[in-house]
Ligand binder design. Sequence first.
Ligand code: HEC
Length: 498
Amino acid sequence: MARGYGLMAGMLVVAGAAVLAGMGAGNAAAVRPGQPASVGQDREIWRELLREHEKIVRVVRFSAKGVDARTESGDPAVAGKIIEHARAMQARLKSGQRVRVWDPVFAELFDRGEAVVIEIEPTDRGVRIVETSEDPAVVRLLHAHAMGVSEFVRHGFDAAPKRTEALREGDPEPPSEVAIGGVGHRVLLEQPTAEQVALLKRLGAGVLVNFRKSDEHPAYDEKAAAGANDLDYCALPYAGGVELDDLIITDGRAALTAGDASSKVVVLHCRTGNRVGPVWAAYRVLDKGVPASRAFAEARAMQMVDPLIESVARDYIRRNGAGGDATGGWRPVAVEELPESVKPVYKTAVEARDAMYRRVLSTLMEAMTGQASEPGSAIKVCSEKAPQIARAVARERGLMIGRTSYKLRNKSNGAPTWARGALEQRPASPLAFVNEDGSVGVTLPIKLSGMCLMCHGDPADMDPAIKTALAAKYPDDQATGFAEGDLRGWFWVEVPAK
Ligand code: HEC
């Protein structure tokens, strides 16, 4: 990260005590005009944020250079206060007006203000603040300070009178994490090392929950690391939506509610946060009464990006909520008989399918005809780009989407729970499902064209290089032996209720 000016459009850069630019154009509407709040006004803003802390979600990434933190709220009034507070804080750095002088981490950080570069970027829902320093001792202060702010988000007024936990020389970088307002449990965005597990213990952790499979990190015995630090350990390994069964979600919820009952802080992690999301959303909705929209926004903040695991989590919540039953509230409706109110949602699903299909096809064509065209790169398009495209389309359109088949190449391309039974009949035309909560599910058949046969046709006719590459990556491949015009599988789309 460079020091000084012009790091990102719309970013405001403070080098030490000198403010170099006004609030950027990034989100002018959310930024109040006029002077930043005075210390007195800012104290009021801060108290308001502590009062409203349950509406705040904070994503903090730690690095050897400093901290990258996003503090946001779905409530526009709270988001506005977060921005105002950031502005006031920045002005205080300029004027040297201190706060929390009794708290050593804050006091020392103010003393070392010139060694810190701060960039503030307003976002749609709050701010992103990037703080860096060249001095490792100052970086430790930045890390400790950022963790302290996350404690305010988690605990509000209860955290305010407590000293911020300092970090010592030799301490590891804290693991990147998401702090959810009003919840003491911690969600990590990465695999913690044994040293980080020890640090988490010092910060008050009582239980460690790991969603990774042991073969993902064979060199490291996390159970032993937990034991060495006197932490309870719970392994709930799964790889994707197909392996995410009810037991994993139920056990994860049980770990969290047991933590609540015994006042133990539960630390949850996988490799990125994606696999923590379903358990988190189910716990929030079913055990804490939080609305699903908010619970899933929190799960997305912890990087739950896989559309299939989101769909499985939503179905679990429907089946296990008050009045829920084994159907999860789904019923099939013939596409020709869809009620007027559902037709636009059906159209949304078809458009998402079209968008995904177009993008996969054009990426595939590019890989097959491009200069660097070779079987390996075209197969990569299908194995890597197709899931990425699905995630992107899902994110952009606020829905879930994927591909599945009755003869799978990749076992993780399973169907959502609501479609599994119906797809056993291998429907050759579109199916629609309507949920009592207003969600709509659609499956749309995929037929093979001539170009698909290169990788899905009769193995006797396939290029040996492709066969070798496929066999290496997909030892259980079932997706060959098709002919042009055959049913290959289905796109599935789930549009959540508004
Ligand atoms: C260059 C080789 C290649 C071509 C050409 C190709 N595919 Fe695939 N296809 C794959 C690979 C590899 C996967 C596994 C992707 C993954 O890991 O998710 C796959 C997966 C699929 C899936 C997901 C279900 C499953 O079995 O995992 C569908 C559906 C599918 N392909 C349809 C098609 C259609 C339709 C075409 C023609 C338009 C096509 N493919 C062309 C290589 C190819």
